[in-house]
Design a protein around this ligand. Structure first.
Ligand SMILES: Cc1cc2nc3c(=O)[nH]c(=O)nc-3n(C[C@H](O)[C@H](O)[C@H](O)COP(=O)(O)OP(=O)(O)OC[C@H]3O[C@@H](n4cnc5c(N)ncnc54)[C@H](O)[C@@H]3O)c2cc1C
Ligand code: SF4
Length: 814
């Protein structure tokens, strides 16, 4: 006997289920198919190629009118189901009720619309069906039209690329720091952003939408929480989906995030099945089509009274944007006991990362060359033991069983006209010629050909050509790389950041071929500093890439408490400030109050959770962080000078205060200390500081390069100047030169040893244009740097960082 089967939703899951059903039990069911959309099953995945104009809607229809007719399906398209009456076993549609023996719910998802002010304006749409696609396509007909896409995930980016292909000016606004953060790591996200920008799409990351703007009830723009406004004619929200459970809920079925189903796709009512994005199976919900196809087969089997069970598998993601090849599968988050294998080819924009746990591959992310994606995905799904091929795994299936390639053999195989140095256009034969002509060192080759003399990234290759040509006679120079993540030195990396305008950590790691996915504890703080120094105002400080004291904005002590040092400009304080410090000392039970060697007051023994409050109190008394923990300006120590001392020749205290007010907040490669003494008796000990000033009758003698720590070093005289303004300009210039040229953690005296005093004098003293330009760059950066970190950290958003850790010993005892 033919029984009534009703299906609600003609989507991708139910379409596939019907195919299985008619293959295995052609005459068993009298099928009625409801669909709220005014059309039957089509390949929703392919809406993006329709949007970009690569396909038409007709191309993506999976089941046409003839197919439904041939299989006897009663189609009620464009009719929404309003209610399920489980007692009467009826489905109530907009045009009347139909009885069922078995019911399948396949209602998919609802796009989530962030309830921002203005979300209900006309022209604010999701991206889910053909109507949305047609709305976007229609916009392309008006030249100069603009669209915003909120959401830099799979769907948002496909919408953006499709609209761009229609000639629309598109901006993507994404709240996270990199695109597709759930599928991609930072490096692959960077490459994706770069190629979308090359297509002319504007991509704003770390951008938080605040309000959708409208005119006469229609969308006209978007305001971000930093005040930026972007105008648009259409706003597409693609920020996520929620299982469409309304009917199931109303009918009293068991529903969590989605409609609860068992392994056979049966809901809490034995006569009702559910599948697709509307379900929840063992706590999981679904947003990609591969598992839905497995569910479709199981549901068809269940309807045919065959035993079948749905087993979730690893799924892989690809983005359907022409020219953006990306692949992601499995788990690639950080975790204990996990190893990364990373391959980067900066010139071809290729990035591959494999994540291994023990002997198994558990995750893979690829950008630029995804040809081996399916093979890696197979290894992940099958939980294969990959230990035998670990050395060559990243090169894909073609290389398995072979031996790792010999780099020298690869260079030997290069033709004579192969370009070795891209910056200076030097080919292999030119380098071989100069070697045959007598050049025996890298310096000789560099001088004669310019190979590796610009950005330096080909140095290794040049050395390999030398090793091949000179044989055993050539010893590869051992330059100390920045860290184990790269063969490049600090200076190579600094040069590349400048010459290639690299403005994010991910950009540096990709373009300089880092061998790890996210760097390490040594390179991240250094890169963070270099980027901050080279791109002030553009690069956002990455707090997580700082050492603990800088992250906490106070010094951690041996018992885990912190020491707090407020700034006392030039070592001067007031009775009000002293009272505020004394009050803070009482209120926060400060263990010790100590005067530091730099003439500041140190409050020692502050508990971590009290830090924001003590800072707030000190801020309220007008005091800011003394940055006694910073790789930056710490103190300007002064003597009393002409104010009180009978030997003083100048206002040393006043000058010290001016210097400290001008220079505080600047990040430098290592700590910087300064002092001003009113006469050569040098009571402020200016001759062991990074920059020291000795006032004399005729003006000011500027000393640089002193140190009084593990290494004791007297200063050398840089120059003598006549006015305080000149002191400030010379000081800003020399600090900026140090900022721009030193390696991270290199103290000023070390940098001076490396570059030589003559170089510093030439740039800062004799060449007035150079000095002014350096000082200008310093002051430009200062407008972004002079923000008190304490004031920032007392804001509610940061306070949680300082909350005490849970006391687990107590819980365990209970
Ligand atoms: C633009 C786009 C691109 C995508 N690209 C990919 C991709 O590349 N890879 C991938 O794996 N996945 C992709 N997806 C996701 C994939 O399309 C979905 O996972 C899949 O379509 C879900 O299938 P489904 O049958 O559960 O729901 P749907 O296909 O959404 O079908 C549900 C149907 O139910 C109907 N319905 C809902 N309520 C009622 C009601 N009360 N009465 C009657 N009918 C109702 C709806 O109108 C809809 O037609 C993409 C999705 C979109 C929107
Ligand atoms: S350095 Fe000179 S001016 Fe300053 S306190 Fe000492 S003696 Fe006086």
């Amino acid at each position: 006997m033919t029984r009534n089967l009703i299906i609600i939703g003609a989507g991708m899951a139910s379409g596939r289920m019907l195919e299985h059903l008619f293959e295995t039990q052609p005459d068993a069911w009298n099928v009625t198919l409801f669909n709220a959309e005014p059309r039957g099953n089509y390949n929703r995945l392919m809406l993006s190629p329709v949007l970009s104009g690569e396909k038409t809607f007709a191309d993506i229809v999976t089941h046409d009118a003839q197919w439904y007719e041939a299989n006897g399906v009663t189609c009620r398209f464009g009719e929404k189901v309003l209610r399920i009456d489980r007692d009467a076993r009826l489905v109530v549609g907009e045009n009347g009720a139909v009885p069922y023996d078995r019911l399948v719910i396949a209602t998919g998802s609802n796009p989530f619309m962030i309830p921002l002010p203005g979300h209900d304006l006309q022209g604010v749409i999701p991206y889910r069906d053909l109507d949305d696609t047609e709305t976007m396509m229609a916009l392309g007909a008006t030249p100069g039209s603009r669209a915003i896409v909120i959401g830099g995930g799979l769907l948002g980016l496909e919408a953006a690329a499709g609209m761009k292909a229609q000639g629309i000016d598109v901006t993507v606004v994404h709240v996270m720091a990199h695109l597709m953060e759930r599928q991609l790591d930072e490096a692959a996200g960077y490459l994706l952003k770069k190629s979308l920008e090359e297509k002319g799409i504007t991509v704003l990351t770390s951008a938080n939408s605040k309000e959708i703007l409208g005119t006469d009830g229609r969308v006209s723009g978007l305001r971000l929480d930093d005040g930026t406004e972007i105008s648009c004619d259409l706003l597409v929200m693609a920020v996520g989906i929620r299982p469409n459970v309304a009917l199931a809920n109303d009918a009293g079925l068991a529903v969590g995030r989605g409609i609860h189903v068992d392994d056979a796709m049966v809901t809490s009512d034995a006569n009702i099945l559910a599948l697709g994005e509307c379900i929840e199976h063992q706590g999981a919900v679904f947003g990609l089509v591969a598992p839905l196809y497995d569910q479709a087969k199981v549901a068809a089997d269940t309807l045919g009274e065959r035993t079948a069970a749905f087993i979730p598998k690893e799924v892989a993601t690809k983005l359907k944007v022409t020219g953006c090849d990306l692949f992601s599968a499995g788990d690639f988050a950080e975790g204990d006991g996990r190893d990364d294998i990373v391959f980067r080819d900066p010139a071809r924009g290729i990035y591959k990362r494999l994540v291994l746990q023990g002997t198994r591959l558990i995750g893979a992310v690829m950008y630029g060359d995804t040809a081996d994606g399916a093979w890696f995905h197979g290894l992940i799904k099958d939980r294969s033991d990959v230990s035998d091929m670990r050395d060559t795994l990243i090169f894909g299936p073609a290389f398995q069983g072979g031996t790792p390639s010999d780099p020298l053999a690869a260079v030997a195989a290069l033709p004579d006209d192969a370009e070795i140095c891209g910056c200076n256009g030097v080919c292999k034969s030119r380098i071989v010629d100069v070697i045959n002509g007598g050049a025996t060192s890298l310096t000789d080759v560099r001088a004669q050909t310019k190979a590796s003399a610009s950005c330096g990234s080909c140095t290794g290759l040049v050395e390999q050509v030398m090793a091949l040509t000179l044989g055993d006679g050539f010893e590869v120079q051992t330059v100390k790389p920045m860290c184990p993540c790269t063969p490049l030195t600090h200076m190579d990396v600094r040069r590349l950041i400048k010459s290639r305008a690299l403005k994010s950590m991910a950009a540096v790691m990709q373009e300089c071929g880092w061998t790890t996915s996210c760097g390490c504890a040594s390179c991240r703080p250094a890169l963070n500093y270099y980027l901050l120094c080279d791109w002030p105002g553009e690069y956002q400080d990455d707090d997580q890439s700082r050492f603990v004291n800088e992250r906490m904005h106070s010094n951690i002590q041996k018992d885990g408490t912190y020491s707090v040092v407020p700034r006392m400009w030039g070592g001067i304080t007031t009775s009000d400030e002293l009272r505020a410090i004394a009050d803070a000392a009482d209120k926060y039970a400060v263990q010790t109050v100590k005067v530091t060697g730099g003439q500041r007051i140190d409050l020692l023994g502050v508990k971590k959770q009290d830090l924001p409050d003590i800072w707030a109190d000190l801020n309220a008394a007008g005091m800011v962080s003394g940055q006694a923990y910073a790789k930056g300006l710490r103190t300007v120590k002064t003597c009393v000078g002409t104010d009180h001392c009978r030997f003083g020749t100048q206002d040393s205290t006043g000058l010290g205060i001016r210097m400290e007010k001008a220079l505080w907040g600047a990040w430098t490669p290592a700590k910087v200390k300064m002092a001003v003494s009113g006469c050569p008796r040098n009571c402020a000990e200016s001759t062991c500081k990074d920059v020291g000033v000795i006032c004399v009758d005729s003006g000011y003698v500027l000393h640089i390069g002193g140190a009084a720590g593990l290494h004791i070093q007297g200063t050398v005289v840089m120059c003598t100047v006549k006015t305080e303004d000149e002191v400030l300009e010379h000081t800003a210039a020399v600090v900026q030169l140090y900022r721009e040229e030193a390696a991270y953690l290199e103290r000023m005296y070390k940098w001076m040893e490396n570059v030589g005093l003559d170089h510093i004098v030439a740039r800062v003293v004799t060449d007035a244009d150079s000095r002014r330009a350096l000082a200008d760059r310093f002051y430009f950066a200062q407008q972004f740097m002079q923000q008190d970190p304490w004031a920032e950290r007392t804001k509610p958003a940061y306070r949680a960082l300082y909350a005490p850790l849970a006391d687990l010993t107590l819980e365990a005892a209970e």
